[in-house]
Design a protein around this ligand. Structure first.
Ligand code: SAM
Length: 253
């Protein structure tokens, strides 16, 4: 049952989504005004009507809804890339993941969702303004219990004594290799997301010095081709997200 303070997703007849907090307020849309207080004691799957009689379905928001609606600082890691990071590194419930930089907190939210309430995500970030945006987004997603943001340069070192995985989205992941050798548990993954080929190249040049500590170097790029689903025509969409980043995986021995 829905209670005051809950965050819920409203979906209109066109499929447009609205993320709202249940309170004694009005919410204005082009399909009419919704009295958010009327959401109390409804269940997910029920509907609520605007003053124009338009019906909105009530759903429980998932991480994708939160990330789509949250405030952004820097560019976020796209769900297609977050998915493969989690799957290829085998990130699991209860894991401790060290991450940098936190940016807008999108990848942090995907990681926190997977490690669950018994897991931990410790995210290093250089910029206080981004850390504040990310903290709010993480709270909105309901993961403040398992995420710690540290205002620190991860190139200077990692405070934690051990981690199951290290996941990086920053310009020079090779600067974290010496710290990863100390901190990563055997079998854990070091994952680096970088937008440019020359960053991958520079990483593997630096990696030569550390290769005895790792195996299975793997670099992937994820291309997702979405299809239009219309009654009279199903076909690939004309445009696609052609490039986001390269994802490098190495596994600690
Ligand atoms: N993965 C994030 C997301 O999905 O929202 C976006 C990360 S953003 C592209 C890169 C972040 O790394 C920036 O916020 C930047 O300030 C931070 N950063 C860059 N170098 C860093 C370092 N040496 N230590 C910690 N954070 C760093």
């Amino acid at each position: 049952m829905i209670r005051e303070g809950d965050r819920v997703l409203l979906v209109d007849r066109r499929g447009k989504r609205y993320l709202v907090t249940v309170s004694n307020r009005e919410f204005h849309t082009d399909l009419g005004i919704i009295n958010l207080g009327e959401l109390v004691e409804k269940d997910y799957g029920d509907s609520i009507a605007s003053h124009k009689g338009e019906e909105f379905r009530i759903l429980k928001p998932d991480v994708n809804d939160i990330i789509a609606k949250m405030r952004r600082g820097p560019q976020i890691v796209h769900p297609k890339d977050a998915g493969i990071i989690i799957a290829y590194a085998g990130i699991s419930p209860g894991n401790t993941v060290i991450e940098a930089g936190v940016g807008s907190g999108a990848l942090t939210i995907f990681l926190a969702n997977i490690v669950g309430p018994q897991g931990r995500v410790i995210s290093y970030e250089l910029r206080e303004d981004f850390a504040k945006i990310a903290q709010k987004n993480i709270e909105m997603a309901g993961f403040a219990d398992r995420v710690t943001i540290k205002l620190k340069n991860i190139y200077d070192g990692i405070d934690e004594e051990s981690a199951d995985h290290i996941v990086l989205d920053l310009p020079q992941p090779e600067n974290v290799l010496p710290h990863a050798v100390e901190v990563l548990k055997p079998g854990g993954y070091f994952v680096a997301y970088t937008p440019c080929t020359n960053q991958v190249h520079r990483f593997f040049q630096a990696f030569q010095e550390y290769r005895e500590h790792f195996y299975k170097p793997r670099v992937v790029e994820v291309l997702v081709r979405e299809h239009e689903v219309k009654k009279e025509c199903m076909r690939p969409k004309t445009t696609m997200l052609a490039h986001t980043g390269y994802i490098t995986f190495i596994r600690k021995l």
